[in-house]
Design a protein around this ligand. Structure first.
Ligand SMILES: *[C@@H]1O[C@H](CO)[C@@H](O)[C@H](O)[C@H]1NC(C)=O
Ligand SMILES: *[C@@H]1O[C@H](CO)[C@@H](O)[C@H](O)[C@H]1NC(C)=O
Ligand SMILES: *[C@@H]1O[C@H](CO)[C@@H](O)[C@H](O)[C@H]1NC(C)=O
Ligand SMILES: [Zn+2]
Length: 606
């Protein structure tokens, strides 16, 4: 429309400028309609990131490596080659060329293309399929996991008291923390309450420190006094006693509930939660499966979600330690909250304890402690009743099983529900958390039934120094058998997690452990080739385990887990190519940027 014709159409006028604006508005409208009809190949909130070496690993088997991804709003709009991107944005269609020109005048640069460095790569946002968000923040208050002796632990507690004047001043204040692991100490023995009282600064204070696996708590004499009379036995737990029958100060599994530590306040929970989120995003995590939150923690996360304070996707398993059905104590939430990031549709049950504290339930006694076969936290009947009820009410059921007995009992329960109860495996997706020690038959049975094994590769490399001592040469064959589990899986999936704070938050620790079966310093009980390296996974398998498989295990494989057009734009730029660099360089990798819902959540765009 020429200026002349516009004026003509408007007739004689004293306000040609206004009429000119109406013309521009019309153009806008036309543009907007075209835009809506999808004819414009990009929109102002679209951006693209390219890798000249094609190092964008999509975990989408139809298009595994691409040069460019484009993001529109919170979703991936295109994955393509650089040439395809150019052709798409420099359309030959004269109408779109005009639009492109107009858009570029209106919105500065409509096609924002950035390039990652030549060594860098892009992978889908990483998931941790088993972790403990609140406990991680809690532990970071007083973290003892680097201690190499009992003395170092005591010194750590003293330093904590000295750096907290309010606690130093008031000897009634509880001191809590965690991460100790006697298998890493010079002493090797379990600690005692008396070890605290040996130090004048600690004497008389209520102290409770959790073992690294969260399956044991070590308390001071003051705590024993507060508890008062102890029961003779605790079902599904144990109170360690000396030769005179007096408690030494260590409580295992269910016995830990006797410790009357003060409840967390909302302020404490906010600190614990925010601390973990910040650290997790800095390591490229965009989704975490929280392996067990109490109703109190869930209430907290729910209100956080409502106010838009959850910075990544959380798949939370509800947990209440009870044999009574507790489904009604937790809310069923799917894509809940302001950013639709909180989902609670699964529960976590606990079948047994952990290997480090001889609590994993075994079919035969421990090889290094013949008077025990570990601890079942509930009877098979009680577990079965709970599983049935949760299944009927539509909950995914995820059960902590470490020892071969716990795994066997739980597989029997799942198998019964699938075969006799006609539970639909694809709709229900029951999970075994850890699946750590299994008989060879049960490894095969897990996959055949389609039960999801959710495993933590760093557990293999943390436990490898003592696992065979605990289990002996035969049982070890079915322990940490990740390749066997994956190979047997009906759906070819093996979701991977860290179980942080039991292990580090950085998912690359798990990536490295799974492919190398080595400790971070490159050693193993079998030397530099790795511990039972036939059970190592390939890098592609590990990347899929940390992305698409974890998504499957949380019913979100159509929304996240791969860089596929239409899926959520959750991705990470890493500064080196973990799919290619020598194994020992994997752990030096840094996160350049973590993107959730198309927006920077950590770092900066290249
Ligand atoms: C000391 O701490 C206890 C437990 O937190 C608290 O009940 C008490 O009021 C505190 N005393 C003082 C003087 O602050
Ligand atoms: C199980 O559920 C899936 C998904 O709803 C369905 O496609 C499949 O046919 C079901 N299987 C059986 C055996 O009913
Ligand atoms: C993988 O599983 C198949 C059966 O599904 C079996 O025949 C084969 O031996 C297994 N391979 C390994 C390496 O475990
Ligand atoms: Zn756990």
């Amino acid at each position: 429309m020429s200026k002349d014709s516009k004026e003509k159409a408007a007739g004689p006028s004293h306000f040609p400028r206004g009429i000119f604006s109406a013309g521009v508005a019309l153009q806008f409208l036309a543009l907007f309609c075209l835009w809506l009809s999808g004819r414009i190949p990009f929109s102002p909130d679209e951006y693209s990131i390219c890798s000249k070496s094609g190092s964008i690993y999509t975990v989408d088997e139809t298009n595994p490596q691409v040069e460019c991804i484009s993001i529109r709003g919170s979703r991936i709009s295109y994955t393509e080659s650089f040439q395809e991107l150019q052709e798409r944005t420099r359309s030959r269609n004269p109408a779109s060329r005009l639009q492109n020109w107009l858009m570029s005048r209106l919105f500065r640069s409509p096609i924002r293309i950035s390039y990652i460095a030549s060594d860098a790569i892009i992978v889908p946002g990483l998931a941790d399929a088993h972790a403990h968000i609140m406990n991680n923040g809690f532990k970071m208050q007083l973290n003892l996991d680097s201690c190499k002796s009992l003395t170092e632990v005591i010194d750590g507690v003293k330093a904590y008291i000295q750096s907290h004047p309010d606690i130093h001043r008031n000897s009634s204040r509880w001191i809590e923390g965690g991460g100790w692991d006697q298998t890493k100490w010079l002493e090797k023995r379990f600690p005692t309450a008396a070890d605290f009282d040996a130090d004048p600064l600690l004497r008389g204070r209520p102290i409770a420190l959790q073992r690294v696996d969260g399956h044991a708590s070590w308390v001071s004499n003051r705590v024993l006094q507060i508890i008062g009379k102890l029961p003779a036995d605790v079902e599904g737990g144990s109170i360690i006693r000396d030769s005179n029958g007096a408690p030494t100060g260590v409580f295992l599994d269910n016995a830990m509930s006797l410790i009357p530590a003060p409840e967390w306040t909302d302020e404490q929970m906010a600190v614990f939660f925010d601390t973990t989120m910040k650290v997790a995003l800095s390591y490229g995590l965009t989704s975490i499966h929280d392996a067990g939150s109490s109703p109190m923690m869930i209430q907290f996360m729910k209100s956080y979600a409502e106010t838009g304070k959850i910075p990544m996707r959380l798949y939370v398993m509800g947990h209440v330690s009870s044999d009574e059905y507790w489904g009604s104590q937790i809310p069923l939430l799917v894509n809940y909250g302001k950013h639709r990031r909180l989902t609670i549709r699964s529960v976590k049950l606990v079948a047994d304890g952990a290997l480090g504290s001889w609590g994993a339930a075994l079919l035969e006694p421990y090889s290094d402690k013949s008077d025990t076969s570990g601890i079942m936290r509930s009877t098979p009947k009680a577990i079965s009743d709970l599983v049935n009820q949760f299944w009927k009410d539509g909950w995914q059921v995820n059960i902590h099983c470490i020892g071969d007995r716990a795994n066997h009992v739980v597989l029997d329960i799942f198998e019964d529900l699938i075969k006799v109860g006609n539970a639909n495996i694809t709709e229900w997706r029951p999970r075994i958390e850890h699946a750590q020690i299994m008989t060879v038959e049960d490894l095969e049975r897990t996959g055949r039934l389609g039960i999801i094994a959710s495993v933590q590769p760093t557990h293999a490399t943390s436990d490898m120094w003592y696992a065979e001592t605990r289990l002996g040469p035969n049982r070890i064959e079915g322990a940490y058998a990740y390749r066997t589990l994956l190979n047997g899986s009906q759906k070819h999936i093996l979701p991977l997690g860290s179980d942080f704070p039991v292990e580090g938050v950085n998912p690359l620790l798990g990536f490295y452990a799974a492919v190398s079966r080595l400790s971070v310093d490159g050693t193993s009980p079998h030397g530099g080739g790795g511990w039972y390296s036939s059970e190592a996974l390939t890098r592609a398998q590990v990347l899929k385990g940390m992305t698409l498989d974890a998504a499957y295990a949380s019913f979100t494989e159509h929304e996240i887990g791969s860089l596929t057009p239409g899926k959520k734009a959750d991705f990470v730029v890493l500064d080196r190519n973990i799919m290619r660099v020598p194994m020992e360089e994997i752990l030096g990798t840094k996160v350049v940027v973590t993107v959730v819902d198309g927006k920077v959540a950590y770092g900066a765009m290249p």
